[in-house]
Design a binder for this molecule. Structure first.
Ligand code: PXP
Length: 258
C-alpha cells in the first residue's frame, strides 16, 4: 500500500484568472471593465497570484493588459500561453513569475483539454528550457493522466497543473471517478517531485474536494469568480472562494490513497 504524503494544512494558493473581465470589456471594444483594476482588487481580496491567458486571437486579454499587469501587480503573474514562438517572445520580454503552457485551438470556447506532452515532448522541452533559463517557473496544463505526468517530468517541467474540467462537469458516480483520477495523478506527480496545481471550471460547489488534496499547492480559478462578481462583487466572490478552500484544507486528512 502506498500513501500520499499526508501533511495537514500545507498552504494552498489561490490564483485568480481575470480573462473574463477582458471578455466583457471586449464585447463593447472600449476600456471598461478594466482587467487590471480587477487584478488589483483581487490582490486586495486575498489572491496569491493573478493568471491571464494571452490567446493567439486576443479574444480577451490583450498585449497591453500583460504589459500593465507586469508593471502594476504586487503578487506574481502567471502567464498562460500556447507553445508558440510569438508567445515565447512575449514571455521573455515581460518575464512573469510563472508561465503555464496550455494547448490552444482557435475554434474552442475555452481550453478544452490538457497538453499532449507525450506527443509534443520535443517541442515542449525546448520551451521549458528557454523559459526556465529566463527564471520563469513553467507549468504544463495536463489531464490527470499518469503517462502525461511521466512525460512532463522527463522533459524537465517543474510544475504541472491538472485540468479539473471533467471532474467539475461530471455528476455523481462519474464525478467520484474523476476525483479518484485526480487523486491518483496528484500521487504520481508527488512521487515524481513535481509541484502540483489544479484548475478549470471550479465553483463554490466543486472546490472543496480539490482543495482538500493536500499535495496540491495552487488552484487557478476565473470564470466562476467573475460570474459571481456580478451578483455580490469581486471582493466577495474571491473571499468566499478563499474561505471554502481554507476550510477544506484545514479539515483535510491529507487524502490517503491506497
Ligand atoms: N487553469 C488553466 C490552465 C486555464 O486554461 C483556465 C481557463 O483559462 C483556468 C485554470 C481557469 O478556469 P476557469 O476560468 O474555468 O476557472
Amino acid at each position: 500500500m502506498s500513501e500520499l504524503i499526508a501533511q495537514k494544512n500545507k498552504p494552498l494558493r489561490l490564483g485568480v484568472n481575470i480573462d473574463h473581465v477582458a471578455t466583457i470589456r471586449n464585447a463593447r471594444g472600449g476600456g471598461f471593465p478594466d482587467p487590471v483594476r480587477a487584478a488589483k482588487l483581487a490582490e486586495d481580496a486575498g489572491a496569491d497570484g493573478i493568471t491571464a491567458h494571452l490567446r493567439e486571437d486576443r479574444r480577451h486579454i490583450s498585449d497591453t493588459d500583460i504589459e500593465r499587469l507586469t508593471d502594476q501587480l504586487v503578487v506574481p503573474l502567471n502567464f498562460e500561453m500556447a507553445a508558440t514562438n510569438e508567445m515565447l517572445k512575449i514571455a521573455l520580454k515581460h518575464k512573469p513569475h510563472a508561465a503555464c503552457i496550455v494547448p490552444e485551438k482557435r475554434e474552442e470556447r475555452t481550453t478544452e483539454g490538457g497538453l499532449d506532452v507525450m506527443k509534443g515532448r520535443n517541442h515542449l522541452k525546448s520551451f521549458i528550457a528557454v523559459l526556465s533559463d529566463a527564471g520563469i517557473r513553467v507549468s504544463l496544463f495536463v489531464e490527470p493522466e499518469p503517462l502525461q505526468l511521466d512525460a512532463a517530468y522527463e522533459i524537465g517541467a517543474p510544475v504541472i497543473e491538472l485540468h479539473t474540467g471533467a471532474y467539475c462537469e461530471a455528476r455523481q458516480v462519474a464525478r467520484e471517478m474523476e476525483h479518484a483520477r485526480i487523486l491518483n495523478a496528484v500521487k504520481s506527480a508527488t512521487d515524481l517531485g513535481l509541484e502540483c496545481h489544479a484548475g478549470h471550471g471550479l465553483t463554490y460547489e466543486t472546490v472543496a474536494s480539490i482543495a482538500a488534496i493536500s499535495n496540491i499547492s495552487e488552484l487557478n480559478i476565473g470564470h466562476f469568480l467573475i460570474g459571481e462578481a456580478i451578483f455580490g462583487g469581486l471582493d466577495s466572490s474571491i473571499k468566499h472562494m478563499r474561505a471554502l478552500m481554507d476550510k477544506a484544507r484545514a479539515q483535510s486528512d491529507g487524502m490517503r490513497i491506497a
